[in-house]
Write a protein that binds this ligand. Structure first.
Ligand code: HEM
Length: 224
């Protein structure tokens, strides 16, 4: 009942100078296409009982977290891209709210399963281990803060935290790009170089997110 009443409360949405261009969600979906394709291949391998090798043994030994991770990250990456389309949250908010209610638990599943795999799958690269714990926890925290902000009707903070969470999630997509650049520079990167390339992808995404957060808000909302 309380939730229904709250749904009817008008949320003040900060004014924007421009509408989201069509290529923004398209670009985000494209960015996640490569990791999601690898995810589908991994799911097929796990379901079809492919040959177990040292490279995939951890996934066969404990498949649940990686299956949860791949399915939740596909939903989060694809539907999440449309949460940034201003037309969908400025008009009526219904689409944005319903999808948002799904994406909060789904995004938390992405983060928690990622952190779980970091902690419990065998690893040799300590720097990458630290990066994954740091950014995975950052994604979880950002989703929680984004959720708390919107319950308090603070749209500007909600947008900012959800943008940060999505940027961290999209690290998986940017890592394929930094990986390609790394391969051009280093040939086959060693563990340390690989960790730096993956960390750089998260850092790049967060810089882009911060710039977009500042750019999106009208002077009025920024002051608020
Ligand atoms: C929407 C965003 C994300 C997508 C699309 C994504 C995608 C994937 C995919 C497809 C895999 C399976 C890789 C394979 O089969 O070899 C995977 C594994 C993994 N992901 Fe993510 N991921 C996302 C976010 C995150 C985040 C935020 C973390 C942070 C902790 C994370 C940590 C991991 C870990 C630790 C693994 C296991 C890696 C391994 O042991 O080789 N992921 N991810």
């Amino acid at each position: 009942m309380k939730a229904m009443i709250q749904d009817k409360v008008q949320i003040r949405v900060p004014a924007r100078k421009t509408q989201t261009p069509w290529w923004a969600p398209a670009g985000l979906i494209l960015l996640s296409a490569i990791p999601l394709t690898f995810g589908v291949i991994r799911l097929i391998q796990l379901m079809s009982g492919a040959e177990i090798t040292p490279a995939n043994a951890r996934f066969f030994a404990s498949p649940s977290p990686v299956v949860i991770h791949i399915i939740s990250s596909a939903i989060y990456a694809l539907l999440g891209a449309f949460q940034f389309v201003s037309r969908l949250w400025q008009r009526g908010l219904k689409w944005h709210r319903w999808v948002g209610r799904l994406l909060v638990p789904v995004g938390l599943l992405v983060g928690f399963s990622g952190v779980w795999m970091t902690l419990f799958y065998p690893h040799t690269d300590n720097l990458l281990y630290m990066f994954r714990l740091f950014f995975g926890s950052g994604m979880i925290l950002s989703i929680i803060l984004g959720f708390i902000s919107i319950r308090r009707r603070d749209v500007a903070q909600h947008q900012a935290w959800m943008t940060r969470a999505y940027a961290i999630g999209m690290g998986a997509g940017t890592q394929t790009l930094t990986g390609m650049v790394g391969a051009m520079i280093f040939g086959k990167p060693n563990e340390f170089e690989n960790a730096l390339l993956m960390g750089a992808a998260w850092a790049i995404n967060l810089v882009v997110a911060e710039r977009s957060i500042r750019k999106q808000l009208s002077p009025l909302a920024r002051a608020a």
